[in-house]
Design a protein around this ligand. Structure first.
Ligand SMILES: [Ca+2]
Length: 402
């Protein structure tokens, strides 16, 4: 081969790699999908004022800031339509009255170890909370050997502003020296089983190992005990809590109360975020079957994107939107949002996935996309109001315009 064709091949390869890097992974040059107008501006909170009403004309919605000045809020749970519990990653749990704005710190919370992405994560009410006052927390704390941080799940009784009867439900079995992919999502299904998620903690191959909690969705009774009909209880060497495996960083779980389906939002690598429907005993592929690529280099991960024994995602995002929490909208307040999943995207928007009546993917739209908010969680109130939690320290109430 003479020098000139070789030079052209090299130049072609360089151009290809350069083009790959020009993909807007970081979305620094994000295209504004919806023109948004704000009613008032303030210098604090990056232009978000306490009274700001953000309207998204094309998306047909408005968003009001209902809580501000939080420190890395992670999740919320509704004690009613006017009162919420809010977790902060640093370990604080707050009880906030949305009417008066009063916020009270809850005592008796677990000792949380803030390490990398780990800290205090999700908060969830027991389905019979109004009778028993039980809440659930997920968080990072030291592993069995006292070192590092691994994902934990706790139950406690909320008595005013204090937690009592704390019960550690599960300290996950995992190496603890890394700071990523804690998972920590929680949801109850219609039958009262508690589903929780654990990320692979940066140990990719663990997601396929049934001897590790890493990279799994687990199914527990509400007291943390293991249901006898879990899929792997009779499999030698397998951890009996496992319900599904092959997950990377599942940060969102949500229930469709009509069909009973459990949806999962999984934070993938570059280009591999997924929405999955979680099925008993199934393998979801990571890190063998994925749409993801390595950050930076763009090199493909694993052996392909599909395989007959791997459950394919309901939907995946290329490029990644950095999925975090997820909520299923079954409320009556906004009929146009019925049968939708709302997905928190850390890369600056609220993703609405419209589902078909059979639960398959119909379309997606990107809302609240012009504020560069790092949206961490999305929750639906008992009356069907939609709230989003952002790393920017705010909680927004989002309403569809009639
Ligand atoms: Ca997958």
């Amino acid at each position: 081969m003479s020098a000139r064709p070789l030079l052209l091949i090299v130049l072609g390869l360089v151009a290809g790699v350069a083009a790959w890097f020009w993909q807007p992974w970081q979305e620094g040059g994000r295209k504004r999908l919806f023109a948004m107008v704000e009613a008032s501006q303030a210098a604090s909170d990056g232009g978000l004022s306490a009274s700001a009403v953000i309207s998204d004309a094309k998306g047909g919605l408005e968003a009001d800031i209902v809580v501000r000045d939080l420190s890395l809020p992670w999740d919320l749970a509704f004690l009613g339509d006017s009162e919420i519990l809010v977790t902060e990653k640093g370990g604080s749990l707050w009880r906030i009255d949305l009417g008066s704005g009063e916020r009270r710190k809850i005592t008796g919370t677990p000792d949380v170890r803030v390490q990398g992405q780990g800290g205090l994560h999700a908060v969830l009410l027991h389905p019979k909370f109004s009778d028993n006052g039980l809440i659930y927390l997920s968080y990072a704390a030291a592993g069995e050997d006292g070192k590092g941080a691994v994902t934990h799940f706790m139950r406690a009784r909320l008595d005013g502003t204090r937690l009592t009867e704390q019960k550690l439900l599960l300290r996950t079995k995992a190496p603890g020296d890394r700071g990523q992919h804690f998972g920590g999502a929680m949801v109850f299904d219609r039958d009262g089983y508690l589903f929780v998620s654990v990320g692979e903690r940066g140990y990719r191959d663990d997601a396929q190992k049934l001897s590790s909690h890493n990279g799994k969705i687990l199914r527990l009774h509400d007291d943390g005990s293991v249901p006898k009909d879990n899929p792997l209880v009779d499999t030698p060497g397998a951890l009996p809590e496992i319900w599904s495996y092959g997950h990377r960083n599942p940060q969102g779980l949500a229930l469709d109360p009509v069909s009973g389906r459990i949806y999962e939002a999984e934070h993938g690598p570059q280009g591999g975020d997924e929405i999955n429907v979680i099925e008993r005993g199934r393998n979801y592929g990571w890190p063998v079957i994925t749409y993801g690529r390595e950050y930076g280099t763009g090199i493909r991960i694993g052996e392909g994107t599909t395989r007959p024994d791997i459950v394919p995602p309901l939907h995946y995002y290329v490029p990644s939107i950095a999925t975090a929490g997820i909520a299923y909208y079954a409320g009556d307040a906004f009929p146009q949002w019925k049968n939708s999943l709302f997905v928190a995207a850390l890369r600056g928007h609220l993703n609405r996935v419209q589902l078909n009546p059979d639960g398959t993917f119909a379309k997606e739209e990107r809302l609240l996309s012009d504020r560069d908010l790092r949206i961490r969680a999305v929750r639906v109130s008992p009356k069907g109001a939609l709230f989003v939690v952002a790393d920017d320290g705010v909680i927004l109430q989002v309403s569809a315009k009639p």
